[in-house]
Design a protein around this ligand. Structure first.
Ligand SMILES: C[S@@+](CC[C@H](N)C(=O)[O-])C[C@H]1O[C@@H](n2cnc3c(N)ncnc32)[C@H](O)[C@@H]1O
Length: 256
């Protein structure tokens, strides 16, 4: 008997309309669903997207615990547990769809799961379905293009800290700051110091029925926001370096 395939099924950040046709087709086939939860009592944001899309929970489904912790040993234990649960199904020849909020290749638990499964059995086939990441949906929602012409973009978890964020503001036209919750007040102070509050936008649970868009980012000072929130920041004052010639068509003024 052949092993089943492990699929990373990207669902987009919250609006079921952003589920791709490929993910949709897989979800409608008769396969096992697996979805991440933080603890045994929590809901799954990824599962909620699919249920809101109108698909019924299949007979074969399971939650997998991925706790929110920086304790590497604890994390490794849970990744292993999740991988062992999934591999049991794969070894029975069943395909497993791992439901992923946003895009499965972008800061996703699917990466950990797929790596751990393949470490246990490298013959297991893994397929990652591309999806819409939270920040692309956010940019569209906010009518805030992430990049024009020669613009540069950096995507970072805010946990790198204020010094790094400040440095990146000098280097990039657009910063996408993920996982902003624990550092939001400090980031707001930095944006105020740099005169960039007017160039910043906050979005929480983009695309979901609980979506919240905040234009006046300073108003969030002191507030406890949701983990599923991000900041888009533009720095129109960035000093640009030279663009290597040949990468762009010469203009009349270039030709002198
Ligand atoms: C572990 S990462 C997951 C990223 C996800 N795979 C993606 O493609 O966007 C979690 C972080 O992504 C951002 N995020 C994910 N979904 C979001 C949403 N619906 N609205 C706003 N931010 C979101 C938040 O910054 C959150 O802390």
């Amino acid at each position: 008997m052949n092993n089943g395939i492990l699929y990373g099924v990207s669902l987009g950040p919250g609006n079921p309309d952003l589920i791709t046709r490929r993910s949709w087709a897989l979800l409608q086939s008769d396969k096992v669903w697996a979805y991440p939860i933080r603890n045994p009592n929590s809901d799954s944001y990824a599962l909620d997207i699919v249920l809101r899309a109108g698909l019924p929970l299949p007979a074969q489904h399971m939650s997998l615990i991925f706790p929110m912790t920086h304790d590497a040993q604890k994390l490794a234990k849970y990744w292993l547990q999740a991988a062992e649960t999934v591999i049991e199904r794969l070894h029975r020849g069943e395909d497993v769809l791992f439901l992923v909020e946003g895009d499965a290749s972008t800061y996703s638990t699917f990466g950990h799961l797929a790596r751990t499964v393949r470490a246990l059995d490298e013959s297991i086939e893994v397929e990652t379905i591309a999806g819409v990441p939270s920040f692309n949906a956010a940019a569209a929602r906010l009518q805030m293009p992430l990049a024009d012409v020669d613009d540069t973009i950096a995507i970072i978890p805010a946990g790198y800290g204020i010094k790094t964020i400040s440095h990146l503001l000098d280097e990039f036209d657009t910063l996408i700051l993920l996982k902003v919750k624990p550092l939001l007040d400090e980031i707001i102070n930095l944006l105020a110091e740099r005169g960039l509050l007017a160039e910043s936008r906050f979005i929480e649970k983009a695309g979901s029925p609980h979506e919240r868009v905040v234009h006046d980012v300073a108003s969030l000072q002191g507030e406890k926001v949701n983990y599923l929130s991000l900041l888009l920041v533009k720095n129109p004052h960035r000093q640009r370096g030279e663009i290597i010639r040949g990468c762009r068509k010469k203009t009349a003024s270039d030709r002198g």
